[in-house]
Design a protein around this ligand. Structure first.
Ligand SMILES: Nc1ncnc2c1ncn2[C@@H]1O[C@H](COP(=O)(O)OP(=O)(O)OP(=O)(O)O)[C@@H](O)[C@H]1O
Ligand SMILES: [Mg+2]
Length: 192
């Protein structure tokens, strides 16, 4: 893991990559934690190991809420609307909140930064730099579409490649975008 404490870091957020629950990240200092990384990079695993379930919101989970299918990309707009409502409610209370999504594009992050700014809560970024080959290999362990469904958990290789490229590019812009702290995580050598 590489840490970039460009501004004073939120106390305790900079942790290690162990999945020991005793070494969880800071779950008390108010902040919006934005995970950034391609499919299979380890975002959800990281969040589940460090935060309480009610602190973590993923588009996958909210697609399931609105469409009974966490993979249904057509449900993304509705899922994002619910995410926005949840973030408004939680950040108005200054609660630590983690957004677990690919968040690879500037526009994906801009509305999150704006929302955090409106509530005067710092936004911090956790960037998953897990190698592309590892992200791709992890797709092989995931199911394809269920019968009658268009999408499965396995993400197409071309999409993973694009997400990986955009994640690498993000590293150069996150501080300028407004993130107060950037942490890099590479999960390829971890053992669950
Ligand atoms: N720290 C880790 N060490 C070893 N293997 C890991 C680690 N994190 C994740 N993995 C493996 O990678 C798989 C994908 O991880 P995870 O579901 O957390 O990725 P993700 O970034 O949330 O992907 P998606 O964007 O598709 O939801 C896990 O099922 C697990 O097998
Ligand atoms: Mg995930």
């Amino acid at each position: 893991m590489t840490d970039h404490p460009r501004l004073p870091s939120p106390q305790g957020l900079a942790g290690n990559t162990t999945l020991d629950p005793a070494a969880t990240g800071n779950t008390t200092v108010p902040q919006l934690v934005v995970l950034i990384g391609p499919a299979g990079a380890g975002k959800s695993t990281y969040a589940a190991a460090r935060y309480q379930p009610h602190q973590v919101y993923s588009l996958d989970q909210l697609r399931a809420v609105v469409a009974d299918d966490d993979c249904d990309q057509d449900a993304t707009t509705d899922a994002r609307a619910i995410l926005a409502a949840i973030l408004e409610a939680r950040l108005s209370r200054r609660l630590v909140t983690v957004v677990d999504a690919t968040n690879a594009g500037v526009a994906d992050r801009a509305w999150l930064l704006a929302l955090a700014g409106r509530h005067q809560v710092p936004a911090t970024a956790v960037v998953f730099t897990t190698p592309l080959r590892v992200c791709l290999a992890r797709q092989a362990n995931r199911p394809g579409p269920a019968p009658g469904r268009r999408w499965g958990r396995a993400v197409q290789a071309a999409a993973v490649v694009e997400q990986h490229v955009r994640t690498q590019a993000a590293l150069a812009t996150l501080t300028a975008e407004g993130f107060t702290h950037v942490t890099e995580i590479d999960t390829h050598a971890d053992v669950l």
